[in-house]
Design a protein around this ligand. Structure first.
Ligand code: BG6
Length: 475
């Protein structure tokens, strides 16, 4: 492993910060999502309703605990921490021309503190966040004006933090929205609320197009401002395996993989691949795409590909096989993979899939890769000795790191870093639960927001500390 490998952890503003209405912050889309569970989807309400519970309003209160939390990350030897900036702290409604200084000051302090602790920030501009006002008044990314609002926000923060932040990511898991059958992704990726009669795929591709244009403008701006800056795209790795060697299964898996790769293809290659143009033609999808847009997308492409990796999915052309959803970004058209175990939330566990995906991405893009999320969501049990012995989490991480190392050392992938998702317990994105915990640091708060908010170390804390100290030699 290279000496400057960026070991660390990852969190997102809405899942940790809390303080949802402090220091001039506006409502964000995450603030109108209620708590669900493994069987009940989160509800997206029309504004904040007094009768509902919104877990992101206080989350783990990182806003007031960030020093203590960064100290713990430093103790774990983190080289980097992936965070995101809450857009509605900076532009509370989203369409203002001047930013909210108090919002900017919070991140001034956070980045300064991280620098003191020698932790490099990796910053996502939009991690399932946008001011809710933009949804209400502009319909989210169905509206071209979002390009202007987003780039204004991005320019303000990139300019302000350019000397503290080198690594930037534009839209978190931009490809999740392709799963239009699940309305949560369209909302969290793009602020889209589908109405009856909406052509969901058409709207989704339109939103993605505006996001590609906005992201390309951000890459261009960052490069012109400061040649040290690196801007990546961010996708959810969701490789689809064919269920059998039946060529029909192989073709189906290929088509589904293209549906996912599309989002990084455009941002890495700078043009729309032919397969998608054909798909649009066949499906009668007509988009607002101008020549200027295409020039913008072509002008500057991303410096690296950031991705999250949790699971793989398996697809079959056989209509008789039972369909199962297998978690995040998998979709519903997937079948059981008998070779893989699952987490309690039904997410397949497939460390070899990480090696496979790293190799696929390397061959496709010849760009540096950054694993900006990988982790194990599970219930924690406090043992009689008062500690959390999270061996399953340690095993999960260990097995994935082994496969990452093989991809780097034996297969030739270039990987900038690895950040453990939810390095401190946080609010689950898909379910809004606290009990689905990813952390190496436990936070005493439950699904109803009750608890002392005290932080404590799990066994995985000491384990990861050693992994980083030995640059991945001791697992
Ligand atoms: C990714 C997101 O989808 O997976 C994170 O980028 C999210 O925001 C993570 O938390 C894990 O998903 P969940 O639903 O288990 O929190």
């Amino acid at each position: 492993m290279q000496k400057d490998f960026l070991w660390g952890g990852a969190i997102a503003a809405h899942q940790v910060e809390g303080a949802y209405d402090e220091a001039g912050k506006g409502l964000s889309i995450a603030d109108v999502m209620t708590k669900g569970d493994v069987d009940t989807p989160r509800e997206i309400t029309d504004g904040v309703l007094p009768t509902k519970y919104y877990p992101n309003h206080q989350a783990i209160d990182f806003y007031h605990h960030y020093q203590e939390d960064v100290d713990l990350f430093a103790e774990m030897n983190f080289k980097c921490l992936r965070i995101s900036i809450a857009w509605s702290r900076i532009f509370p409604n989203g369409d203002e021309t001047e930013p909210n200084e108090a919002g900017l000051e919070f991140y001034d302090q956070l980045f300064a503190y991280m620098k003191e602790r020698q932790i490099e920030p990796v910053v996502t501009l939009s991690h399932f966040e946008m001011p809710y006002y933009l949804v209400e008044h502009y319909g989210g990314w169905r509206n071209r004006r979002m390009i202007e609002f987003f780039t204004r926000f991005a320019k303000v923060v990139i300019e302000r933090y350019q000397n503290l932040v080198k690594y930037w990511l534009t839209f978190n898991e931009i490809n999740n929205q392709s799963l239009t059958e699940n309305p949560i992704f369209a909302f969290t990726n793009s602020g889209l609320i589908f109405k009856d009669g909406d052509k969901r795929d058409q709207l989704m591709y339109q939103a993605a197009h505006y996001e590609f244009v906005a992201a390309a403008k951000v890459v261009q701006f960052a490069h012109q401002l400061n040649s040290n800056l690196m801007v990546g795209c961010m996708v959810a790795a969701s490789p689809y395996y064919p269920n059998t060697c039946n060529p029909e299964d192989i073709l189906k898996a290929q088509a589904m993989n293209r549906g996912q790769y599309f989002f990084s293809d455009v941002q890495a290659w700078g043009y729309y691949p032919k397969y998608i143009l054909k798909h649009w033609e066949k499906s009668g999808i007509k988009l607002d795409i101008t020549d200027d847009d295409l020039k913008t997308i072509a002008a500057e492409t991303v410096d690296y590909i950031g991705f999250s990796y949790y699971l793989t999915s398996t697809v079959s052309s056989d209509p008789k096989l039972e369909k199962i959803g297998s978690g995040n970004a998998a979709g519903t058209d997937t079948v059981l993979n008998p070779y893989l175990k699952k987490s309690a939330w039904g997410w397949t566990i497939d460390p070899l899939g990480l090696r496979y995906y790293l190799n696929e991405m390397t061959d496709r893009y010849h760009l540096p890769l950054f694993i900006v999320e990988n982790g194990y969501g599970a219930k924690d049990h406090i043992s009689a000795d008062g500690k959390i012995h999270d061996d399953d989490r340690i095993n999960y991480l260990k097995e994935h790191i082994i496969q990452m190392k093989k991809a780097i050392e034996e297969d030739g992938a270039e990987v900038l870093g690895y950040t453990v998702w939810g390095c401190i317990d946080l609010v689950s994105f898909t379910t809004g639960e606290m009990k689905k915990r990813y952390g190496m640091i436990y936070v005493d708060v439950d699904d109803n927001g009750k608890g002392s908010f005290k932080r404590s170390k799990k066994d995985s804390f000491d384990w990861y500390q050693k992994v980083i100290a030995t640059n991945g030699e001791e697992l």
